[in-house]
Design a protein around this ligand. Structure first.
Ligand code: FNR
Length: 183
């Protein structure tokens, strides 16, 4: 069984990206499962806090990432970049630096996302590339899922209601899992 740890970069209860992450868990192919991780308990990075030890929520998320065969980042886009809360969580997970290879090294990482606008999360997805390269992770570029016009695809609770998007998600995940299995 292939396990992927999925993280959404939005804390919002009815977040479209959290909804996309939940939909991804339901759209996984046979032989693979998506675990839902959360960045909600990750504190703001502070080197003084780190000097006292890695916070428990960070350590727990790191272990879940280490145990997973791959990661799926479901990223919103803020001001054409990565939302700070999401980058903050990954920054914490990169500490201490000598643990980076264990958590991220050569790990397949898929990046998808959704926004209400016409460009989806194209720019924030691209903004993840130098971060993943720095961490030594293997960004998977064999598929792309940029979900535009989120307002018409999710209900008030942030649940994906659009069948065409669900089908695109299923294809993306099937191809990603096939890549992981062959990696
Ligand atoms: C946004 N939003 C946004 N959308 C986009 O497509 N490109 C952008 O550059 C931005 N910039 C931006 C900045 C800030 C500070 C906020 C709060 C929002 C809109 C954003 O896509 C929208 O709020 C989504 O609903 C956020 O994702 P979740 O929370 O629904 O997952």
């Amino acid at each position: 069984m292939i396990t992927i740890l999925g993280l959404s970069g939005s804390l919002r209860r009815h977040s479209f990206n959290r909804g996309l992450l939940r939909a991804a868990a339901e759209a996984m192919p046979e032989g693979a499962r998506l675990e839902l991780g959360s960045i909600a308990d990750i504190p703001l990075y502070d080197g003084d806090v780190e000097a006292q030890g890695i916070p428990a929520a960070v350590a727990a998320l790191k272990e879940r990432a280490a145990a997973a065969e791959a990661l799926l980042l479901v990223t919103p886009e803020y001001n054409n970049g990565i939302p700070g809360v999401f980058k903050n969580a990954i920054d914490w997970m990169s500490r201490p630096a000598d643990d980076i290879p264990r958590i991220f090294g050569a790990k397949p990482v898929g990046v998808i996302g959704t926004s209400p606008g016409r460009f989806g999360t194209l720019l924030s997805q691209t903004a993840w590339l130098p971060v993943l390269r720095t961490l030594g992770a293997n960004h998977w570029s064999g598929g792309r899922l940029v979900v535009t016009g989120a307002g018409g695809l999710f209900d008030q609770a942030g649940n994906l209601t659009d069948a065409a998007t669900r089908a695109r998600l299923r294809t993306y995940l099937a191809d990603f899992v096939e890549h992981i299995a062959g990696a």
